[in-house]
Design a protein around this ligand. Structure first.
Ligand SMILES: [Zn+2]
Length: 167
């Protein structure tokens, strides 16, 4: 989705639209993050407004992902609904001298007449994927024979990872 910068006003506006996710899947096959498949387009709820030259984009992306449970190794589908909040600053003046790379990704430059939200949201959807996907919180994993103990269950770590991914 491309937003024309001069059309963005100080009064917040809301946009609801679908963003395709199919081009994320090749990244997941060949990139550093594996074992996930986006199976639905992302429904984007975007609020946007400006304050001077700074453009604020925030909202939520909702999509469906198939992942592999880290404990039982079964595939399962889950709702992936990361929130996002970006501050876009012009790549000129004082902002051009800032190093934005250490800002956690929330501060980004824009150039030209438009802001393309798609790459920002794609990155957000990828980074927000759970590091320890579980088919359910109390999954004990598969126990193939009686002598084997179940895998360690760092439930609190898993939950905090999931919580962290939603902030
Ligand atoms: Zn499981």
């Amino acid at each position: 989705m491309r937003l024309r910068i001069r059309d963005i006003e100080e009064t917040p506006k809301e946009l609801v639209y679908d963003e395709p996710t199919s081009e994320l899947n090749p990244l997941l096959t060949h990139g550093p993050v594996r074992d996930f498949t986006f199976v639905a387009p992302a429904n984007v709820h975007l609020d946007y407004y400006r304050s001077g030259q700074e453009i604020f984009l925030q909202g939520e992306v909702r999509t469906e992902v198939v992942g592999q449970c880290a404990r039982c190794l079964e595939e399962f589908q889950f709702s992936h609904e990361p929130r996002f909040s970006f501050i876009m600053v012009p790549h000129q003046g004082r902002w051009a001298r800032e190093d934005l790379s250490g800002g956690g990704g929330d501060l980004n430059w824009y150039e030209g007449e438009e802001i393309d939200t798609s790459p920002l949201l794609r990155e957000r959807m990828l980074l927000a994927l759970p590091t320890l996907p579980l088919c359910r919180d109390d999954c004990r994993g598969s126990v193939p024979n009686a002598g084997a103990t179940s895998m360690p269950a760092p439930a609190s770590a898993a939950q905090s990872a999931i919580r962290g991914s939603r902030c």
